[in-house]
Design a protein around this ligand. Structure first.
Ligand SMILES: *Cc1c(COP(=O)(O)O)cnc(C)c1O
Length: 221
């Protein structure tokens, strides 16, 4: 199926409050343009270098999402270029984002990434560390937490659902706590193979790559 057909198909399945992020890592400007022509304005990239190489090629109606791990020493490159950072996962990173955005008089909107499957291969914090992270964010003036993000372990439908349900519970618990400076607007979870389950568990941002652009070829870059 073409990029156009894939987008149309996914859009028919989305409730109105859900943002579809087209994950454009490894994709060319031409491929991204095709998705743009179908009305997509939210694009996700997982590497800073690749993201900043692409932002200049599109107009300012595009919202760029940084969905991959962010190293502290790369924060300076993305200031003012991303709509939402999905991958906040340490106090060091929070402090660096706060410092760099304050220096530019800008606000950084971020999600805290939770490694809900506790996988050694994945980044993100463990759920028990969330209060400490949020307390640090409460002190910030230029960093605003807008929700939570997760990449779950690969597995069966029941396995996926279990992790998504757990994320939904954590998200709702934080909502009830009324932290300063922290809103739980977004729950970013669900990818090509599991976004339908994520939607049933109240995800309101899904990140779909191969389901839109076809199989990724990492050698192409
Ligand atoms: C690559 C990636 C996706 C998209 O994965 P697909 O399986 O292609 O849909 C979503 N989220 C993150 C964090 C990613 O790195």
């Amino acid at each position: 199926m073409s990029i156009k057909e894939n987008i149309c198909k996914i859009k028919t399945q989305l409730p109105e409050n859900v943002t579809l992020i087209a994950v454009s890592k490894t994709r060319t400007v031409e491929e991204i343009q095709e998705a743009y022509n179908e009305g997509i304005r939210d694009f996700g990239e997982n590497r800073v270098q690749e993201l900043i190489g692409k932002t200049d090629r599109f107009d300012s109606s595009v919202r760029w999402h940084l969905i991959g791990h962010l190293q502290t020493n790369k924060v300076k490159y993305i200031v003012g270029k991303v709509h939402l950072i999905h991958s906040v996962d340490s106090i060091k990173l929070i402090n660096e984002i706060e410092k760099r955005y304050a220096a530019n008089n800008l606000i950084a909107n971020v999600l805290v990434q939770i490694n809900i499957g506790r996988e050694a291969s994945k980044t993100g914090i463990f759920k028990e560390d969330l209060p400490e992270i949020l307390e640090e964010c409460e002190k910030c003036n230029n960093l605003k937490v807008k929700g939570l993000m997760a990449v779950i372990p690969k597995g069966s439908e029941e396995g996926c659902r279990m992790y998504f349900t757990e994320m939904r519970h954590i998200w709702n618990n934080v909502k009830e706590k009324n932290y300063n400076n922290i809103s739980m607007e977004y729950l970013s979870m669900g990818m090509t193979h599991d976004y339908k389950i994520a939607l049933e568990e109240e995800a309101n941002m899904i990140r779909v790559g191969e389901g839109i652009f076809g199989k990724r070829n990492y050698n192409k870059l």
